[in-house]
Design a protein around this ligand. Structure first.
Ligand code: DHB
Length: 464
């Protein structure tokens, strides 16, 4: 038998009711996608609508034409285990898998390593492990073209937050050299890893610029309001916590904010009319206005549908039209979530500093800004590594094959990263000729998979 070859002999058949309809699917569980796995996470599950084994069709798709939907369970850059319907774990997206099956998609749920993954007392899941594993799973699917049900040229990844970043990175870095050796070492299947389309909810990415973006947005708001999560068994407990920025943090905020226009202007972003999206030294200009317009448009959609936008501050509405969004007021209503720096925290406590640890170090800085100002003995991750896991860094280069179709959602009430971050990703993609569907759903906090019917309509449009 060829190693890593998909084999349809061993499966569990399940029948469930989804949206009031009975569906039957086959679950192929705990499949190895690597010859030399180093962690328990590195297996995947495949779910296939039963009709595809009997020449049947679902939603006009057949065994040969069905899209292959790859939702991940990554959150907080933690390990993202393979998922299944009915999974009781708090990270599970089992409902997403069932909805996708009801639409006729083949679902591949791959487990990937994360920042806390250990083996023999060493960390084995630090960056870039999450994307190496996701790519290895994609290679497994493509290596199995013709054996695995579904169209391996129609792979769509999906994820939320850190998982959205992983999804976006998979779409931006197809076949990039940086990962080749690492994939080979783990015994990934000999195949390509470029994909057809990306769905990303609130992707926490572009980490080396996220601190400046955050202060560009929240500078002047000196109280942060966050939540503390603790896990009691399978239950997630949430407690609100708050704090004030120190004078030193406020000064850092101003420095970080000042660095942002230079970065934005270096990208040479353009809007749909080819006008440059820039910022002046004060952090104002067409780039900011474009984001305000996106938010206004989002509020207008709610009004047009007969909904209520009263929950948010800063809007002016005249005769059913959103005529103004006062940026400062809107943000005051939203509140700041994170202290300064938001991501490369000076005490190495953030998920992102922990992502950039290595075999022996739990965490490292990933910007020279934070490294220079660290509160603790610290090392800095190799900038090439930081760049390699940033989807934005591939755009406009010839270092990868970039997915053609992108759907990016970032809640208009999401404070986990600046609105600028998804906006930059979407705009660069558009500027490079990719087909991008970007929206900031009104009132939505940091969340994902909340509009699956619309997501799947989009998938059907690009696939049918
Ligand atoms: C996630 C949220 C964050 O605020 C962050 O900094 C990193 C990851 C998440 O929900 O995955």
């Amino acid at each position: 038998m060829v190693p890593l070859r998909f084999n349809e002999k061993k499966f569990e058949r399940q029948t469930v009711v989804v949206n009031g309809k009975r569906i039957t699917y086959r679950a192929f569980l705990d499949l190895d996608y690597l010859m030399m796995p180093v962690a328990e996470e590195q297996q995947l599950n495949v779910f296939v609508p039963e009709p595809y084994f009997n020449q049947g069709k679902v939603n006009r798709y057949s065994r040969v034409t069905a899209p292959i939907f790859m939702p991940n369970t990554i959150g907080g850059y933690l390990p993202g285990p393979r998922d299944y319907p009915g999974n009781p774990a708090p990270y599970s997206r089992g409902a997403t898998i069932l909805q996708a099956l009801a639409r006729g998609y083949v679902v591949v749920s791959a487990g990937v390593r994360g920042r806390t993954t250990q083996n023999g007392g060493e960390f084995v899941g630090k960056a870039p492990a999450f994307i190496v594993d996701l790519k290895a799973a994609i290679r497994y699917v493509k290596f199995n073209a013709g054996w695995i049900p579904g169209d391996t040229e129609r792979i769509i990844t999906n994820g939320t937050s850190a998982g959205g970043a992983a999804s976006a990175l998979a779409g931006a870095s197809g076949n990039a050299d940086f990962f080749t050796m690492r994939l080979t070492e783990l015994g990934a299947a000999p195949a390509t890893d470029d994909i057809f389309a990306v769905s990303a909810y609130c992707p926490i990415h572009n980490l080396e610029h996220a601190d400046a973006a955050y202060e560009w947005q929240f500078n002047g708001l000196n109280t942060w309001h966050n939540q503390q999560f603790s896990r009691v068994g399978n239950q997630l407990q949430v407690e609100p916590i708050a704090g004030k920025l120190s004078a030193k943090e406020q000064a850092l905020s101003t420095q970080l904010k000042a660095a942002f226009p230079t970065y934005v202007n270096s990208l040479h972003l353009r809007n749909d009319q080819e006008a440059p999206l820039t910022l002046d030294d004060q952090g104002q200009g067409p780039f900011q206005q474009a984001i305000v317009n996106e938010l206004k448009w989002s509020a207008q959609q709610v009004l047009d549908a007969g909904g209520d936008v009263a929950g948010q501050r800063g809007l002016t509405i005249q005769a059913g039209h959103v005529t103004r969004l006062d940026w400062a007021q809107y943000l005051r209503g939203l509140t700041r979530m994170k202290a300064v720096p938001a991501f490369d925290t000076l005490d190495l406590s953030s998920a992102e500093t922990q992502l950039f640890g290595n075999r022996l170090l739990a965490a490292r800085h990933f910007t020279s800004f934070a490294q220079k100002r660290s509160n603790v003995p610290a090392q800095q991750a190799d900038p090439d590594l930081v760049t390699a896991i940033n989807p934005v860094s591939y755009l406009g280069t010839n270092q990868s094959q970039v997915a053609q179709y992108w759907r990016i959602r970032h809640g208009a009430a999401d404070r986990d990263t600046s609105f600028a971050i998804p906006f930059i990703l979407a705009t660069l993609l558009k500027n490079q000729g990719r087909d991008v569907d970007l929206a900031f759903p009104w009132g939505r906090p940091h969340d994902g998979d909340y509009d699956l019917p619309e997501l799947f309509d989009w998938i059907d449009r690009i696939c049918q």
